[in-house]
Design a protein around this ligand. Structure first.
Ligand code: LRH
Ligand code: MN
Length: 426
């Protein structure tokens, strides 16, 4: 299914006049503050977020999974769905594949389809947290950290295979997340597990093409519930440094213990030139993989404030990989992803409104109250007209959710695909 341009314009029609009034008012008040509105809109349009190929169907937990019907049942349909989201939002111009869930059958056909939808291939993800049918070794007790050399070797070979698959698609980075760890005290020797992991990552690193990067994702717990080998940013940072200049840390917002100061972690990794990218989502308790900005929107804003500062002051840090990593238990997956993209754009736009110079001055004067006033003046600005204009000027929808519903996309997908299709992934 494809959404035609004229259908989006039809959906925009009724909202055009009120949009114009809002954007005129906001542009006027921002320009008076010395803000370059066109520059911000260009930055929003250039900010493309990769959609996780494993989150285009219903997620689920061990307690159950409730389908939404019309789910994509192969990689082609997954890329079509990313195309649907991108045509409405104009900010989802990339897909992040998970291997083996998404091994292309016909590389040229897949590349042609993605290209036709203006979709690029972002990081490819390896999977050594599940055993594959007919696999010689099991990852039950770990993969790159496993006590058994032949298990580690199998996991290393899998990651090298994933790099080859990504290279054929034009991807430029490998994301490594390990479930490796233990569920009980005494089960693992922490030092042996970490040393094995470091040596294994170095073997994978040797297989990286020159212009590739390796993103090392950390997580404190789950599926192991006593220890995780790559448990926090410090361990990921240490391993990235041990591997070399093409290895970086990947920050999944849901992979932090309660009340962690993620914006401080982001600023430290950028200062050290070791921040590689993000898995955006939100959470109340654990790795809940909820809609971005649905629980802690101010925390997301504070993270983007550090990102904007870092992008202006840390040339030592490379361009970042922006990706969503979510799972949908009760929302239509496409609507959930559209809401996440909107929250990311909103946090970025508000962070771009922070008067960084005034903030620096207030910090140097220890004017604590002024510092908060400067931050919250930006956060309290309703930037939605900017996001809408950024979309509209590129042929997108003023309100993507409204357009998605008024164009009856989900029911069209069900008519096309039937009710029993199930997407591979989590
Ligand atoms: C682990 C994780 C990782 C993916 C998986 C789908 O929790 O965040 O990024 O491989 O989710
Ligand atoms: Mn993740």
């Amino acid at each position: 299914m494809k959404i035609e341009q004229n259908h989006i314009q039809d959906a925009n029609k009724k909202a055009l006049q009120s949009h114009q009034e809002h954007i005129d008012f906001l542009s006027h008040s921002l320009t008076r503050k010395g803000v370059d509105v066109d520059k911000i809109i260009k930055k929003l349009q250039d900010f493309q977020v990769a959609i996780p190929s494993w989150a285009l169907g219903a997620g689920g937990t061990r307690f159950g999974r409730f389908s939404f019907y019309g789910e994509p049942s192969n990689l082609e349909q997954k890329i079509e769905d990313v195309g649907l989201i991108h045509s409405l939002t104009q900010t989802a111009g990339a897909v992040s594949l998970h291997i083996p869930w998404d091994i292309p059958q016909d590389y040229n056909a897949i590349k042609e389809l993605a290209n036709g939808l203006d979709i690029k291939f972002d990081a490819v993800n390896s999977n050594t947290f599940q055993d594959q049918k007919n696999a010689k070794e099991s990852y039950k007790y770990g993969s790159l950290s496993n006590i058994s050399k032949s298990v580690r070797e199998q996991a290393i070979q899998h990651n090298l295979e994933v790099i080859k698959i990504g290279d054929k698609l034009g991807s430029k980075s490998l994301t490594v997340w390990l479930a490796d760890g233990s569920c009980f005290p005494g089960q693992n020797n922490f030092q042996t597990a970490l040393q094995n992991t470091e040596n294994s990552l170095k073997e994978i690193y040797k297989g990286l093409p020159t212009d590739w990067s390796m993103l090392i994702e950390y997580k404190p717990y789950e599926p192991n519930f006593y220890s995780t080998v790559i448990q926090d940013w410090g361990t990921s940072f240490m391993l990235a440094n041990a591997c070399g200049e093409k290895a970086f840390s990947l920050v999944d917002l849901g992979h932090h213990l309660p009340n962690s100061n993620i914006e401080q972690i982001v600023s430290i990794l950028m200062l050290k030139g070791k921040l590689g990218g993000f898995h955006f989502n939100d959470s109340k308790y654990g790795d809940d993989d909820l809609t971005v900005g649905s629980i802690k929107p101010y925390a997301l804003f504070l993270i983007f404030n550090e990102l904007v500062y870092g992008m202006q002051n840390n040339p030592q840090n490379p361009d970042l990989a922006w990706m969503i990593d979510a799972s949908h238990n009760v929302k239509d997956p496409l609507e959930d992803l559209i809401q996440s993209l909107d929250a990311i754009q909103e946090a970025y736009a508000k962070a771009l409104l922070v008067d960084q110079n005034a903030l620096k001055t207030a910090q140097q004067e220890n004017d604590v109250v002024k510092c908060q006033e400067i931050l919250q003046d930006a956060y309290r600005t309703d930037v939605r007209p900017l996001l809408a204009k950024a979309r509209l000027d590129k042929g997108g929808a003023l309100s993507p959710i409204h357009a998605y519903r008024s164009l009856d996309v989900r029911n069209q997908l069900i008519r096309e695909r039937g009710k029993d299709t199930k997407a591979t992934g989590l």
